[in-house]
Structures are given as structure tokens and as C-alpha cells.
Design a binder for this molecule. Sequence first.
Ligand SMILES: *Cc1c(COP(=O)(O)O)cnc(C)c1O
Ligand code: SF4
Length: 341
Amino acid sequence: METLRTLEALEREGLIESAAVLADAAQSMAIALTPDMLAAIDRSDSADPIARQFVPSAAETDVAPDELADPIGDDARSPVRGIVHRYPDRVLLKPLHVCPVYCRFCFRREKVGPGGEALSAAELETALGYIRARPQIWETIVTGGDPLMMAPRRLGDLITGLDAIDHLATIRIHSRVPIVDGGRVTDELVAALKPRRAALWLAVHCNHPRELTAAARAALARLADNGIPLIGQTVLLAGVNDDAETLESLMRALVASRVKPYYLHHPDLVRGTGHFRVTIERGQALVKALRGRLSGLAQPAYVLDVPGGHGKVPIGPSYLGDDPDALLVEDAFGGQHRYPR
Ligand SMILES: *Cc1c(COP(=O)(O)O)cnc(C)c1O
Ligand code: SF4
């Protein structure tokens, strides 16, 4: 079984009614649905949360006026090709644009895909040179596209190149591969993820408890057994995980697979993704609901990437209220308590 890459293939699998009807919607982004994610879809559910993430929808042609082509302002912060430098101590490095799946809500949906070119050897050298020349850069976040789509040898060379930059203490890799195509996490790939000096952290992107298939759990176990610290990123998505029960079981499943939930991202203002968006008030209510019922270890920070390239800020609910001569603190069960100023 291969990754499904066309509307016709999705139609043959019975995931869409008609390829012709979706031609316009699908044009704006490549299609990819891995066999593992295909198997995770519940065919009896016409609103299946796994299918919703990867199967194009007619709603993608609805573009609202406040939606943006570059929703988090990467372009304005890109000093050389493949680098985004927004915070003094860390940079993004994007060596390629391909992904194992194409998520219809992707904040880089206008950049990812097989058409997007990988950095050439010379461009990658320029990007590494940019990092090498700036001792304040403490961390490089390798993203894309999906860095674990690189051949293990090329990835190993990149890690070695980064490891040779002495002021770089941390290499962080962001990937969806362990979740959607766990079989790709081979011993060879794991071996490539071993810098000799720097710390390497792996952030995995997972939005629904059913994405943690047997193959995904086995891949996460191989990574954790090899000493790679794992953190989780989830995008809050309408119709996928915007209820407290789903978020709770997702966060529990991540921790049980040795993945520390890191961020719950509020969806970005990406063109044609209004059907995935929830309000910030709804997000805060969900995060609040998790506080009383879920281990602290399993609580992600709810963050918004401020449109225009201003970076991420926590937007979780506040537990502090005002009183004339004291602070009012709300506990996780709704009780109010005074705390001296
Ligand atoms: C998200 C992001 C980071 C990483 O932010 P953290 O809060 O450290 O996870 C760094 N640079 C850019 C440009 C980003 O968009
Ligand atoms: S894997 Fe990540 S970068 Fe690729 S389409 Fe999905 S969200 Fe976007």
C-alpha cells in the first residue's frame, strides 16, 4: 500500500464522492495520506477527525478577508533562504518542503509540497554559515516540510554540520513522521539523530488520539529508548479535537508514549481554513476544562502565533481576578480564593 496522492485515489478509497467537484479546492495544496493514517480512518463516520485533516474539502475555496498567505510572517524574518530568525537565541532551518502527509490546515500550506524545492548544497552551506556567524544562536529548530523525510545519510550530515557549531547547544527537530508513518523511523534514521555534542530534542505533531497507531507508538518507543527527549505539538482544530474528552485522551496517550505535551497551537489565519478555526474563548474554556481533570505532566501551553511575524505568546485562561485589597485566585475546580497582594 502506498501513500494516496490524488483525488482519484481518494475517490477509489471511497473517501470523497467525486474528484471533479473537489478539483478547485485541491489545487491550492498537494495531497498525501499515508497507509497508517488511511487505516486509522473510521469509514462509518462521515465527519471522521483523521480524514478531515488530510482529505481536501470544498470549504478550502472559501477565503476570508482576514486570512493571510504568510500567516505567521515567516517571509519578513528570512535573512537567507531556509532560515527564519525571529528570536535572538534561536532560528528555524527549513532544509526541504516535502511532508509525509499534507495537512489541509497547515500554516505553511502555500509553501509545502513536492513542488517546493529543497535547499541546494550551496544554500544549505549559506544557512549554516548564517548560524555559525552568530554566537547568540543557542538553538536551531529544523523544520520544513518535514526533516525526517530526508534520507538518513543526508539528515546525519546535516546534524553533524550543526553539531560542529560550538555555540549551538540544542538541535530541535519538528516532525510528523513518527506519528503518520512510523515505519520510516528505522534504526538507521534513529542513528542519524545522534549529535556527539549538542542536545537533540524531537517535537512530534499529533492532533488526535487515534493518530497514535501501533506503528506510531512503536516509533516513539524506538526514539525514546535511544535517549531522544520527545515533546508534542497539537493544533486545536474544529471537528478534530475541539472537545475536552478528545484533548484529554490525546494528552494522556502522548504522555503514555513518553511524549511531553509542549504546545497546543491556536489555529493560524491560513487562507481557506476557516472550517478548522475555533474562537480563542472556546480554546481557553477547553484548556480550563483540562486543568482540573488531567495530570500536570500532560498539560500543554496554549499559544497563539501573533499574525505579522510577532512570535508566539501563551493565551491560556487566567486564574487571577481583582478585588480592592487582594488578588482573587480561581482554583481548578472553580472555587475563588483571596491571596494577599
Ligand atoms: C515557533 C517558532 C520558534 C520556536 O518557538 P518556541 O517558543 O521556542 O517553541 C522559533 N522561531 C520561529 C520563527 C518560530 O515560528
Ligand atoms: S506535516 Fe506539518 S508542515 Fe507538513 S503539511 Fe502537515 S502541518 Fe504542514
